[in-house]
Design a protein around this ligand. Structure first.
Ligand code: ZN
Length: 494
């Protein structure tokens, strides 16, 4: 590395250079490092494979090639340095979804993750988030891959096409190189029948041969002591609600297989008003097994509430009992339990760690955005005030996308808050939810506010990285993933 740095300095004698040694990577025929030259970011490569990259030679034929960190170069880098490309994370151990709506959170997230036993899923974006932020899959995947390269994190990461609802959406995500698909079954989950008679009528529509087969498979059996026993009525209820989700999952799996790549499939049953009972979990998992569909994880809807940006709402011990039942089924079939809207659920993280025995997937998304808002509240009060006003003005509209219990009456009026108190909003649940769900109105591509937010975070990038590292470390500690104690396990850490 030292000799390579020397060579770069010789090739770029006029530039003020900051060569980031931690990013250095080499394979046969190619060396690469991330560097700032006069404060501009570059990928600097040399070797016989360097010709593939789009860039400019410096220092003559034996010099180095200075390249922009753009999409085309990212694709070549993924091919040459496998650790920079997303990969399937598999069914063992813990994995952690790190959403990043701004495309600049990777550095701080990776700093926390690099001290933990966990596979990060860095690019995790739903179509809802893409459309609200005006970003594309390529933007999101580029941001993740460059963050990985720049930080020198070589242990692998995933990319999640999150909450996709049909095969067209899945195909688009797969074509962009994601390594995980989260199939959101909410469009095909049947409504809960309102009455016994209605349930019966729906069930009778299923061909008789299928019904016979289902009854043969499920009725009056005790499945490996899983605590799941179907009677005729509960079987009918489960079948009418979940049968279409099973069919969609099967079609999704076949599509993933055709891609020829290893891609994790997660089945999300959580985006619905009703809780996923253990029978439903068993039925979905068992039907998929009968169809030779291999899934990576299932996200049930648990007891209590997992609202965005705030802690778990409900009885912790009730959640434990509920999760324990789901874990028994997941262990029996071999898939992982996935916890959605998992950010900031500090009360139940230890329970997730214990009950899953460290085999889980947990998704966070907006919390990295809220840490950005916190840094702005601390450092740029005028900008924060403009963001807050935009959030309040668009609260009603944002409610169409996200379901939260936020009560604006409980958010202290902005004109009664002094500058130094602005960060306190980030510790108040209603204000957190307000700023969490309205991000789309602040991050519109054409908006002035978007540009000002990005410029502010660029000025305070070190502070943002530290805030993220601290926040993610707190999550990962309570989830039992840190390699050494951090202090965050102790009560009162915030
Ligand atoms: Zn979900």
């Amino acid at each position: 590395m030292e000799r390579y740095a020397e060579k770069i300095r010789n090739a770029l004698p006029q530039a003020v250079l900051d060569i980031k040694k931690e990013s250095y990577a080499a394979v046969e025929g190619l060396r690469a490092v991330y560097a700032l030259a006069d404060s501009e970011e570059y990928l600097i490569v040399d070797g016989c494979k360097a010709f593939q990259f789009d860039g400019v030679m410096h220092g003559g034929p034996n010099g180095v090639k200075v390249c922009c960190m753009n999409h085309d170069n990212r694709m070549i880098m993924n091919k040459e340095f496998a650790y920079t490309a997303p990969r399937a994370v598999g069914r063992q151990g813990a994995s952690f979804g790190c959403g990043d709506r701004l495309g600049i959170a990777g550095a701080g997230q990776l700093q926390a993750v690099s001290r933990a036993e966990v596979i990060p899923v860095l690019a995790q974006q739903s179509l809802r988030e893409l459309s609200l932020t005006g970003r594309s899959y390529d933007d999101v995947m580029d941001a993740a891959a460059w963050a990985v390269f720049k930080s020198g994190y070589k242990k692998g990461y995933g990319a999640d096409g999150d909450h996709l609802k049909n095969l067209e959406e899945i195909e688009a995500a797969v074509n962009h190189g994601v390594s995980m698909i989260t199939l959101d079954c909410s469009l095909v989950l049947g409504d809960r029948p309102e009455s016994e008679a209605q349930c019966r009528a729906l069930y009778q529509k299923i061909p008789k041969s299928c019904r016979n087969e289902l009854e043969e498979e499920y009725l009056q059996k005790d499945f490996g002591n899983l605590g799941v026993v179907f009677g005729q009525r509960s079987l009918e209820r489960t079948v009418v609600v979940y049968k279409d989700a099973v069919e969609l999952a099967q079609a999704a799996y076949q599509m993933l297989k055709r891609s020829g790549r290893q891609i994790d499939l997660e089945i999300s049953l959580d985006e619905t008003d009703h809780r996923t009972d253990l029978k439903a979990h068993y039925f979905v998992a068992n039907e998929l097994r009968r169809r030779n569909v291999v899934i990576n994880s299932i996200a049930p809807r648990f007891v209590g509430e997992f609202q965005k940006a705030v802690d778990y709402i409900g009885e912790v011990e009730a959640f434990r009992a509920n999760l324990r039942g789901h874990c028994r089924i997941a262990d029996y079939f071999g898939h992982k339990i996935s916890v959605h809207s998992g950010s900031d659920k500090f009360r139940v993280f230890p329970v997730v760690a214990e009950e899953t025995k460290g085999r889980f997937h947990l998704k966070t998304s907006g919390t990295s955005w809220l840490e950005a808002v916190r840094v702005i509240a601390q450092t740029e009060p005028a900008l924060y005030r403009d963001m807050h006003k935009t959030a309040a003005a668009n609260y009603q509209k944002a409610g169409a996308y996200y379901k939260v219990d936020c009560d604006l009456e409980r958010v202290k009026p902005l004109d009664q808050v002094r500058d130094e108190e602005l960060p306190d909003y980030m510790d108040q649940d209603d204000a957190r939810q307000l700023l969490h769900i309205t991000y789309g109105f602040m991050l519109r591509e054409d908006g002035q506010l978007h540009r000002r937010i990005m410029e502010a975070l660029d000025r305070h990038s070190g502070k943002y990285r530290e805030a993220l590292e601290r926040h993610f470390t707190r999550h990962l500690s309570l989830l039992g993933c840190m390699k050494e104690k951090t202090g965050a396990e102790a009560p009162g850490f915030a």
